[in-house]
Each structure stands twice: as C-alpha cells, then as structure tokens.
Design a protein around this ligand. Sequence first.
Ligand SMILES: Cc1cc2nc3c(=O)[nH]c(=O)nc-3n(C[C@H](O)[C@H](O)[C@H](O)COP(=O)(O)OP(=O)(O)OC[C@H]3O[C@@H](n4cnc5c(N)ncnc54)[C@H](O)[C@@H]3O)c2cc1C
Length: 424
Amino acid sequence: MSIEKVEVLVVGGGQAGLAMSEHLDNCDLPHLVLERHRIAERWRTARWDSLVANGPAWHDKFPGLDFIDTNPDAFPPKEKVADYFVEYAKKIAAPIRCGVEVKEVRRNVHRPGFHIQTSQGEIEATYVIAATGPFQHPIFPAIVPEEEGIMQIHSNAYRNPGQLPEGAVLVVGAGSSGTQIADELLRAGKRVFLSVGPHSRYPRRYRRHDYCWWLGVLGLWDIEAPEPGAKHVTIAVSGAYGGYTVDFRHLAARGMTLVGRAERFRDGVMAFAPGLAGNLAKGDADYTSVLDAADAYVARNGLDLPEEPDARALDPDPDCVGDPILELDLAKAGVTSIIWATGYDVDYSWLKVDTFDEKGQPKHSRGVSAESGVYFLGLPWLSRRGSSFIWGVWHDARYLAHHISTHRGYMAYHSSARRKILGA
Ligand SMILES: Cc1cc2nc3c(=O)[nH]c(=O)nc-3n(C[C@H](O)[C@H](O)[C@H](O)COP(=O)(O)OP(=O)(O)OC[C@H]3O[C@@H](n4cnc5c(N)ncnc54)[C@H](O)[C@@H]3O)c2cc1C
C-alpha cells in the first residue's frame, strides 16, 4: 500500500484541531486533520443532555464566526456548540477526514518526520500536532467496591436524572460539572449530597457584565501558570438556566447536603475530609477578589457601570457546613448512586515519541514538545488559563503555526545550503 505524505498532521477534529487548521492555512502550511469520529464529537456524545456552554455566545467562540440565530448573551446548548464547529470547518474549508483514527505515531530513524499508522493506512508527516483534547480519560478513585451494589458513573457518562436508580445520590466534585449535575438532580426531586473540595468560583454577572468579560479585561484569562499548589483547583461556574453564580450556600438552602472531600470508604461508610467551611471560604475569597478587581478597574477607567453592593452579601453557613458530616453510611442515607465528577486525564498511548514524563504527562513549552516536530494543543494551562477553552485554544494554535513556519524556514535554508555545497 502506498504511503500518503503530508507536511503537517493534526490529530483530532475538535475545536483545537480546527483552530490549528485555520492558522496552518494562514501560514500556507499544507496539512491534514484526522478525526476518529465526527467534528467536535465530544460536545455531542461525551456530555450530559442539558449541558450548555459555560460562557455566553459572544465569548465562547472563535474570532471569525458568531453563533447563528443566538442571542450573544445566551449560553448555547451543547448540540449548537458542536454545530458551530461543523460550520466553522466549512467556513475555513478545513482539510479534515472524519472516521479515521490515528493508531500510532513514530519518529523516523535518521531522517526528519514521523511515520503514522491510521485505521485507514499509513502516512508520513514532517510535523504532528496532538489535538486530542484535554479531557480524554475519565478518572475517579476506585474506593467504593463494585460489590456494594451502588451505581457508580463518571460525569462523562451522566446524561440525565432518569438514568439513576431511585434513591439519594452522592455527587463527588464541585467544579462546573459536579455542581451543574448536582443542581439538575436536586431540581429533579432527588436527595443530593455534594462533596465539595477546594475550588474557585466567580460572580456570573457583576456590574452588568458576565464574569468572562471581567476575566478578560482584568487579564485573568492570560495568567500563565496556576498559583503554586493550585493546579487542580476547579472552577465552579454555570451557564445553565440562563446562567447563575454558583453559591454552595444557596444550593444547601434549597435542600442539598454539602459534605467535604470524599476520602475513603469502609464497611458501607464514606468518610469525608474536614475543611468544608475552609473550602467554601477559599471559593468566597476568589469570588470577592474578582469583585474587588472589577471595582478598581471601573474606578480607574471611569466606566459607567452601576455599583452592585448586594453582590458582596454572603449568606451564613448552613448547618451542613457549620456541623459537617464526616462519615456517611450510604445505605442508611439511602444513597443508591455516586457520580464522580473528579476530572480527566490525557491518553497519548498512540504517540510513541520521547516527550513524556514518568507520569505520562507531555513535556512541552507552550505546546512545543521536547521531541522536535511534535506539538500539543488544547491542554489546560498550555500557555495560559484560557488554553483549554474555546477562545483560548485559538490563540495557542496561532503560536504553534508560527513556530512550525519558523522551523520550516530553518529546514528550507538547510536544504538550499546543502544543494549549494553539492553544486546542484
Ligand atoms: C463538561 C464540559 C463542559 C465544557 N464547557 C466548556 C464551555 O462552555 N466553554 C469552553 O470554552 N470550554 C468548555 N469545556 C472545555 C473544552 O472547551 C472542551 O473540553 C473541548 O471539547 C476541548 O476541545 P478539544 O478540541 O481540545 O478536544 P476534544 O473536544 O476532546 O476533541 C478532540 C478530538 O480528538 C479526537 N481524537 C482523539 N484521539 C484520536 C485519535 N487517536 N485519532 C483521531 N482522532 C482522535 C476525538 O474524537 C475528539 O473529537 C468543557 C469541557 C467539559 C468536559
């Protein structure tokens, strides 16, 4: 079978792969995007039914296209987000081939480039960009044995309340996914326990503007590295039900029971770490810091945005925070299901090159890997806080395209210099 040759191979046809395609094209870099399923597949099939974008339509998009028939301040449903990317692929005429899985990438021996094994044949590429997503492999601690007879799923397998058995549910993890799922289950009439660890939370709207706007003008999307020790702190925001500020005390006031971080399980009893009140206080501090920074920005720039003192009023801690449950007998509490909203890991088992640390995490600087010719895109904190989000990945893709273009220039110089030496 003949081997197809491409200059740049992009693996993955989600938002990262499409952003990459646009910038490669702008740099006149011939390329091919391979997607094993459909464009933006994860938005269609790896999320729950009611999911909407966490950011408003004017913000969670690429610069070159607006959402069609959508109020810019609304939060588009997940199908609309996926449709948006299909539309975008058409607009930029992305050379994308769907239904093709990349099985293996290996560096060529004693010559530049890579040999790629796909589900539909072999490819040779000079550059390979891994745009396979920040959230590939669901992770959750195997602390509750299957024999306990409790239904356990990861948030990526949650679809809707009807999927769960009768009885109470424990949602572990209070980032955006866990909080939104717990809220949906509470609204569906379920008894809900929500395990809340360290987190950040922001005001959904303050002084007339969405938090996405505030983080933008305050330069907070552009922060280049998480605070030391804060790498895994999750952000609790929601665009559901028209968008609202996540306030765990409000959820408790509506009947949700907050518990601390789930630590271990023995003899039917789940143990939760102390420190729930501290976790809430840390979230409050982040929330208030945005209000403070926004107020200072308004004052400094003389913006005509009305004051909003009520935003600073926090309810007192509910009983479940003041006197937290440290141990819960799940059967006695009627808990029949657990949803682990505990995050994801990457899976680069197909990428057989030398750029991973001992934990399998990619070694890179702004997406430029330790293995020349291999690039990563779409990962959290790739270059800044916004890197794994729709608007952020677009800017990172531009950087990578320029990096490849520059590298290609060096290689072109080498080839012409060599030709001169050989007198060709
Ligand atoms: C629940 C949830 C809600 C989110 N909401 C928002 C939001 O509102 N706003 C926002 O900005 N961000 C949001 N994000 C973050 C981010 O925008 C999404 O995770 C987005 O899907 C990431 O896009 P991506 O292209 O980097 O990766 P993905 O969407 O995961 O795309 C990667 C693609 O690569 C393909 N692929 C993987 N391996 C191979 C292979 N070997 N060969 C070929 N193809 C392969 C996959 O099929 C997939 O289509 C959310 C994330 C989650 C989990």
